[in-house]
Design a protein around this ligand. Sequence first.
Ligand code: NAG
Length: 328
Amino acid sequence: MRRGTVIFVVINLIIIGSLINACSTLISLLFENASRFAIPGAEIPAPNSDLNDNRTQLIPKIIHQTYINSSIPAKWKEGQQACVNLHDDYEYMLWTDEKSRAFIAKEYEWFLATFDSYPFPIERADAIRYFILYHYGGIYIDLDDGCNRRLDPLLSYPAWLRRTVPTGISNDAMGAVPQHPFFKFVIGKLADYNRNWVLPYISVMGSTGPLFLSVMWKQYMWEHNQPEEAVRVLMPAEYKGNPWSFFVISKGSSWHGKDAQTIFWMGKHWFFLTVSGFLIAGVVGGALWWLWSMWVMETGKTSHGRKRLSFWRRLSSKDRYELVDRMA
Ligand SMILES: *[C@@H]1O[C@H](CO)[C@@H](O)[C@H](O)[C@H]1NC(C)=O
């Protein structure tokens, strides 16, 4: 029986160890405040400042957006039009489902099977944005993020992502030069992360969405820590909510109906969901442990009827107990 306990403890330690190992990126995300790579607010000229014209332009002047087809719903029309109107010198590319698939089939055929295999359309909408940024460069903007000012200052950084609170980054607005190593890294990992995590929203988050991108971002930072390879981070104050912010978010946005709304909600709250997941796993693990110890106590009687010490006491006074046991 004691041997059984030891095996149980060892197996548990192995499971916990591999969970921690598997989640080390997630855990480290909790402590990553992105300040090293933040684009300082002070570095961004006011919307109508002349300083905007003095900056180097690295990212090509292209705005990318995605939708099912070219009939953009009325609720996003205004935000989309604002982006187009503010940037008459930018190329505007709308990636419909059909156009996206044709692009992958032509340029990244090795990815087509994975692209087609995604069970949720939103996963394709996520994946395509990494490929087009890698391929063409430019700035990707979600349709529910309207433009509040010209994006020119953001063209000065080779690649940037958007910070989310309290941790991680999102994939709703991002920019890069063509063939940036970060997006090369990301598109190379998509197939590996195409897993079914049972719950649809976890699958979407982890396979292509903000959680996936946050994990990629963290891994990339470990492997590429030279300043010239860095991915910069747009902080919340510059993202939305202020007169000098780049974007305004339309209210009541939904993608393809209720399911997608849930998925978007999950996307915005993935940190909370991840922590809850760990808590639930902890409670379930603790309950199993408790059941096991009850079972050990219940069945752990010696042949001459003496009740053994409880599981916990045996754990804590193992050496002494072994001695007693040997002498008996
Ligand atoms: C575009 O997709 C929407 C939503 O599925 C649909 O209602 C609409 O008819 C489509 N428009 C065209 C032009 O196919």
